[in-house]
Design a protein around this ligand. Structure first.
Ligand code: NAD
Ligand code: TYD
Length: 356
């Protein structure tokens, strides 16, 4: 029987990869995608599936209780996969309000609609899972050793991670209080096709491709655990099907890298894969160490043993392979990149990096 999934934020980076991943692999899945189309949401991310009869796009805000409630009543989704969020730490520092609105109030609004559907009690009531897609940043910052497990106490440091932590707590409360069958995933940094060029990897690819300076915050030794986005999609599909209600699953790449290592690796690959810079200059010469991010978390590292042991998921893509595939995608999709580098991106870049 066909399952209807309500996906929120399906026009963003991970959401769009997830929608494509499912429509390409699962014949009996129907997806309703609710997305506000903020600067980070892009209809062209799903242009190739837009005409698929198993796909429906709804333009709207997860904070709109009437719209969200109406969608549950009309579509009777069997599952919700909740991606919609404001997702960029630097933007949360310069303007936290939208983060509280979408990540906290929006998640609450969605939970209320799900609760009504769950408690409906009618034979038609269909909701089986509510998967809340969250981040490892809720756990705070690690020193040189140790890992985040599902038992690590929450200690968010940025407005972004604080708003995601708040949303995680609400989701958890709806499980304990109302029995809503929620599952929370806390994932490490993703990279891959369709990522907006405000995040480290696509920003550096874009700048290095065009011979522009490569801003590295602080000493460049902050560590992130990088996961190829398609591996995250596979993990979410596994959690949706096998995850136990009320549980949390950490998802990570077991792939820690310092930022400077990432930037250097991108430069080396682009020197090999793209047109040379004028005078044959190595792209590493574009690296600039700039003023650090306030409250910059030093290190994130995920212990993903629980999802491996209990659900059998493991990352399948090595960093070398994933980075090469990512760069190839950006090289092959110049019009996509040009399309998102519009006026608002230019003013964002100027505000964030001008004179930094
Ligand atoms: P993104 O910023 O690329 O996309 C966010 C999407 O949500 C966009 O399509 C946007 O239009 C939509 N959206 C924003 N506000 C909305 C609203 N009020 N109503 C409806 N739609 C709205 O984000 P992403 O990187 O794809 O992240 C997706 C989710 O995964 C987020 O919840 C994020 O916290 C989480 N996450 C991201 C990463 C990462 O490395 N990117 C890692 C772990 C967890
Ligand atoms: P980012 O992609 O913003 O993800 P997050 O902050 O959610 O981990 O940043 C990844 C790392 O790269 C983080 O340590 C900040 C650093 N960074 C830079 O050094 N320069 C940049 O221009 C950006 C966007 C990030």
């Amino acid at each position: 029987m066909t399952k209807t999934l309500l996906v929120t934020g399906g026009c963003g980076f991970i959401g769009a990869n997830f929608v494509r991943y499912l429509l390409n692999r699962e014949a009996d899945v129907r997806i309703v995608n609710l997305d506000k189309l903020t600067y980070a949401g892009n209809l062209s991310n799903l242009a190739d599936v837009a005409a698929d009869s198993r796909y429906r796009f709804v333009h709207g805000d997860i904070c709109d209780a009437g719209l969200v409630g109406g969608l549950f009543a009309e579509e009777k989704p069997e599952a919700v996969v909740h991606f919609a969020a404001e997702s960029h730490v630097d933007r949360s520092i310069s303007g936290p309000s939208a983060f509280v609105q979408t990540n906290v109030v929006g998640t609450f609004t969605l939970l209320e609609a799900a609760r009504n559907a769950w408690l409906d009690g009618s034979a038609e009531a269909s909701l089986r899972r509510f998967v809340h897609v969250s981040t490892d940043e809720v756990y705070g910052s690690l020193g040189a050793t140790g890992y985040f497990t599902e038992e690590t106490p929450y200690d968010p440091r940025s407005p972004y991670s604080a708003s995601k932590a708040a949303s995680d707590h609400l989701v958890s409360a709806y499980f304990h209080t109302y029995g809503l069958p929620t599952v929370i995933t806390n994932c490490s940094n993703n990279y891959g096709p369709l990522q907006f060029p405000e995040k480290l990897i696509p920003l550096i690819v874009n700048n290095a491709l065009h011979g522009r300076e490569l801003p590295v915050y602080g000493d460049g030794k902050n560590v992130r655990d990088w996961l190829y986005v398609e591996d995250h999609c596979a993990a979410l599909w596994t959690v949706l099907n096998q995850g136990v209600p009320g549980e949390t699953y950490n998802i990570g790449g077991n792939n820690e890298k310092q930022n400077i290592e990432i930037v250097t690796a991108i430069c080396t690959l682009l020197d090999e894969m793209a047109s040379p810079l004028p005078g044959g200059k190595a792209r590493t010469s574009l690296i600039r160490f700039v003023k650090d991010r306030p409250g910059h978390d030093r290190r994130y590292a995920i212990d993903a043993e629980k999802i491996r042991r209990e659900l059998g998921w493991e990352p399948g893509t090595t960093f070398e392979e994933g980075l090469r595939r990512t760069i190839s995608w950006y090289l092959a999709n110049g019009p996509w990149l040009q399309g998102v580098l519009d006026g608002s991106y230019q003013s964002y870049y100027q505000t964030m990096y001008g004179g930094r």
